[in-house]
Design a protein around this ligand. Structure first.
Ligand code: HEM
Length: 402
């Protein structure tokens, strides 16, 4: 039987994708569940949009996470791609096990007072302001402070300039020279790693110090792996949870009756954690899974994915699949079961899930309570979404007290 030919996606849905990917995802799930994006001179990229397929492929050994299999393809900044996200076993297992202990739920639970205190401090600063940017004033500094505390980043580097340097590597400002962005990032990593080698511990957890020692004392990781891992953790430890708070707050502002339930002092931990799972599903902070490519040919929906093709697993689409979630485009903070894939699935399942859940559960109710009645400062359709490869997050979320 000849392979079915899927139609091409409508241009208007493609064009609106950064602002609102969900109509495009719904079209893909319905009309082209394995969609090939072929462009001259570039590797073919397959977009996989249905929940069952995404979940199955997240654990499929025929997919590799090693970018060296795709000639000429560099997924991130030069010299910083040797970390667990871009590795298969045995390197993946080794690199992941070196950081895993710092993120286990028992260790993360001890950070609860730090999250709550930091959130209060940030909200104190905007107590009197009529205008608040939920990203710049709250979500960005809170989430960066937390990953800095775990890594043991010296206090003087916990600032907006450091965050801008990191974010510029995935969402460059127009007009910014990419070579300059990379140079700034390498300078930052030099400063950070040198500080660990010269002055020792900077925080109780000090994961980065432990990694430096593991590399220097027993060769557990190379210098390139160390630098890549430091970059990875600083970036994803910050950007993802910032997006959870930003996307989550936006969803709540657009659903005030549900926001009121979450903000109520009577909302217990069960209500809050169920709500956070739904916010993770509804507007997933990691929209697409990270790099994967076919290590051998794969047949899917009558299409052939060739060896060396890139396979993009659309998590944000899987989490809106009507075949898995009743009424998937409706925010339902009490939704159970909620079999979302927001943290991935299988061997690369998010190492920071407990931290993200802690930050979401502690910060979101507090933010709603202390902001009081607010509304968006501009129409939702005009909010600035960052045009990044895998993440979905706002560059700003301006609100006005009413
Ligand atoms: C709401 C927040 C977060 C979301 C939605 C999220 C989502 C994800 C997803 C979907 C993956 C799997 C990617 C794939 O298989 O391609 C992943 C992996 C990962 N996440 Fe998160 N993440 C969040 C927060 C964090 C935090 C706070 C950290 C802290 C450092 C973190 C560290 C990691 C790491 C290191 C991996 C790679 C694991 C591996 O390759 O074995 N994440 N995350």
């Amino acid at each position: 039987m000849p392979a079915p030919t899927f139609p091409s996606p409508p241009r208007e849905l493609l064009a609106a994708r950064v602002q609102d990917p969900y109509p495009y995802f719904a079209w893909l799930r319905r009309h082209a569940p394995a969609h090939a994006d072929r462009r001259a001179g570039r590797p073919t990229v397959w977009q996989i949009s249905r929940h069952d397929d995404v979940r199955a492929l997240l654990t499929d050994g025929r997919l590799s996470k090693d970018p060296d299999r795709v000639p000429g393809y560099v997924p991130g900044p030069t010299g910083l791609n040797r970390h667990m996200v871009h590795a298969d076993p045995p390197d993946h297992t080794r690199l992941r096990s070196l950081v895993n202990a710092a993120f286990v739920p028992r260790r993360i639970a001890q950070l609860e007072p730090v999250v709550t205190e930091t959130a209060h401090q940030l909200l104190d600063r905007v107590e009197q302001s009529s205008h608040v940017d939920v990203i710049a004033d709250f979500a960005a500094p809170l989430t960066f402070r937390m990953i800095c505390a775990i890594l043991g980043v010296p206090q003087e580097l916990d600032n907006p300039a450091t965050r801008d340097t990191l974010m510029a590597t995935i969402a460059p400002e127009p007009g910014l020279d990419p070579a300059r962005t990379e140079a700034d990032l390498h300078t930052l990593l030099d400063t950070l790693i040198t500080s660990k080698r010269t002055t020792g511990e900077h925080s109780a957890v000090d994961l980065l110090g432990a990694l430096v020692r593991a590399g220097d004392d027993s060769g557990a990781m190379s210098e390139e792996e160390l630098r890549s891992t430091a970059y990875l953790l600083l970036l994803v430890g910050h950007d993802t949870t910032m997006n959870l708070i930003g996307n989550g707050t936006l969803a709540l502002l657009r659903n005030p009756a549900q926001a009121a339930v979450l903000a109520a002092p009577s909302a217990g931990p069960g209500v809050v954690s169920t709500a956070v799972e739904e916010l993770l599903r509804y507007d997933s902070p990691v929209r697409d899974a990270t790099f994967r490519c076919a290590a051998e040919p794969i047949q899917l929906h009558g299409q052939q994915i060739d060896e060396g093709d890139i396979v993009s697993l659309l998590i944000g689409s899987a989490n809106r699949d009507q075949a898995r979630f009743p009424d998937p485009d409706r925010l339902d903070l009490a939704r159970t079961p909620n079999d979302h894939l927001a943290f991935g699935y299988g061997p690369h399942f998010c190492i920071g899930a407990a931290l993200a859940r802690l930050e979401g559960s502690a910060a979101l109710p507090l933010l709603l309570q202390r902001l009081g009645p607010v509304q968006l400062a501009k129409p939702a359709a005009e909010l600035p979404w960052r045009p990044t490869r895998v993440m979905r997050g706002l560059a700003a979320l301006p609100v006005v007290r009413t």
